[in-house]
Design a protein around this ligand. Structure first.
Ligand code: PLP
Length: 463
């Protein structure tokens, strides 16, 4: 990296990104590109000679931006929020700038130590029990992964190895993983990856009656049935904030069932976990003290640009027992003396990014007050939107029946992007508020857009 070239070119890129954000509302929110559009625009072969950054930025504007779905647009209400922020971006820049690979403490002591400190900070902000903190002195601690999927794979591997040590290594076909019909599919995928037979993944139905949360009775009865069939319950995943509708599983009751049956209890708070920094939302975590592991994604709702997933463990040694390797090339005194954390043993890959730098910057630049304000403002917008359909005179059942066509028409307009879910057998349109640029005027305008398109569809049907 040549510092002079870096200054010149990074300024061009920073200006480009700033212009992108300034003009973001001019683009269709969901890309209107057709499959295969890009190969028609780009050459088949890579360039032989270096090209100037300005030319490349021009091509990005011309060819790449039309194929982007603008996740940072104020009119993006699809999937889940993926907050970008100045601090998150600058933290990512510092992470990339240093480009250190902190797989073991000695390979970059600050990377490891900052990560452990930031994980304790995050846990304190979310008021997690001290058993999950390094500073709690009970053996707990946390690590940053790239995604919840990786975090779940690692905790499942630890749970599997712990169980197989007890029941015998050829008993993997007996192990069973439990989740609800609202649990993110990442748990099913992780379960497959670590070798649990697909037929041993139990999807327990939820109902409107429990707010689409798992009930302890339902879990208990499925586990009892499994035990009667000589299966071994292994792992229960509870969710705080399901992806489809933000449902919350009751951690206290489920944690008690998990203890009763001796299964690993994981809490997936990928989506809504950030809200725990606000005292008024912390109650959704009641019972978290019964968890073996907890994961949440600052890259969703915590102003931290992709990628960043926090994973805390009550007993990291169980994870390390499962994932550690000790090649001669990496041996060093502090690791041999077990004086340090070597994060390579807490994750899948050897190499790792300096994500702690990014999260640290976010926490320091916004402070707890700023982060709470960010969550509260999004919740306020969501509450505002919630009132609009309810109090609108024009709302009727016909409109609901047209959900599929309505969603398609809104998304094709390019003026907003929403996605759907099937809940209790019904097709529902989700309105997930959370980009940092969304203001009340965007929410109101999108509601007017939805109403206008719905009326147009109804008129067309009746004419
Ligand atoms: N769990 C929940 C509740 C989620 O909402 C998501 C993503 O939407 C995930 C897990 C998957 O997260 P990741 O993409 O980091 O694996």
């Amino acid at each position: 990296l040549d510092p002079d070239v870096f200054i010149k070119e990074s300024h061009a890129v920073v200006d480009f990104i700033a212009d992108y954000y300034r003009g973001i509302e001019q683009y269709p929110v969901r890309s209107q590109a057709e499959p295969g559009y890009l190969s028609k625009l780009l050459p088949d072969t890579p360039p032989i000679f270096s090209e100037p950054i300005d030319t490349i930025l021009e091509d990005i504007k011309k060819d790449i931006i039309p194929g982007l779905t603008h996740w940072q647009s104020p009119n993006f209400y699809a999937y889940f929020q993926a907050n970008a922020s100045t601090a998150g971006f600058l933290g990512e820049m510092l992470c990339s700038g240093f480009n250190v690979v902190g797989f073991s403490w000695i390979s970059s002591p600050a990377a490891t130590e900052l990560e452990s400190i930031v994980m304790d900070w995050m846990a304190k902000m979310m008021k997690l029990p001290s058993m999950f903190l390094f500073s709690g002195g009970q053996g707990g601690g946390g690590v940053l992964h790239g995604s919840t999927c990786e975090a779940v794979v690692c905790t499942l591997a630890a749970a599997r190895d712990k169980a197989l040590t007890k029941i015998g290594h050829d008993s993997i076909t007996k192990l069973v993983v439990y989740a609800s019909d609202q649990t993110h599919f990442t748990v099913q995928k992780a379960s497959k990856i670590i070798g649990i037979p697909p037929c041993n993944f139990r999807v327990i139905p939820t109902t409107a009656y429990s707010g689409y949360g798992l009930t302890a009775d339902a879990v208990r009865s499925v586990m009892e049935e499994d035990i009667s069939q000589e299966f071994t319950p292994l792992y229960l995943c509870a969710t705080v904030g399901t992806t489809a509708i933000g449902a919350v599983d009751p951690l206290l009751e489920l944690g008690q069932v998990a203890k009763e049956f001796g299964v690993w209890f994981h809490v997936d708070a990928a989506y809504a976990g950030s809200s725990a920094v606000c005292p008024e939302f912390r109650r959704y975590f009641d019972g978290v003290e019964l968890a073996d592991s907890i994961s949440m994604n600052p890259h969703k709702w915590f102003l931290t640009n992709m990628d960043c997933c926090c994973l805390w463990l009550r007993s990291p040694t169980e994870l390390v027992d499962s994932l550690s390797t000790n090649p001669e090339t990496l041996r060093n005194k502090p690791s041999d003396a077990r004086e340090v954390v070597d994060y390579k043993d807490w994750q899948i890959a050897l190499s790792r990014r300096f994500r702690a730098m990014k999260l640290w910057l976010v926490i320091r630049r916004y402070g707890m007050a700023g982060l709470m304000e960010h969550i509260r403002s999004d919740v306020g917008l969501a509450k505002h939107f919630e009132k609009l359909p309810r109090f609108d005179d024009d709302d009727d059942d016909d409109g609901l029946k047209m959900n599929i066509r309505l969603l398609d028409a809104v998304n094709s307009s390019g003026r907003a992007f929403m996605t759907h879910a099937i809940i209790g057998g019904r097709f529902v349109i989700r309105f997930a508020i959370g980009t940092t640029l969304t203001e009340i005027r965007h929410v109101d305008a999108t509601w007017r857009l939805i109403q206008g398109i719905a009326k147009g569809l109804l008129l067309a049907d009746h004419s």
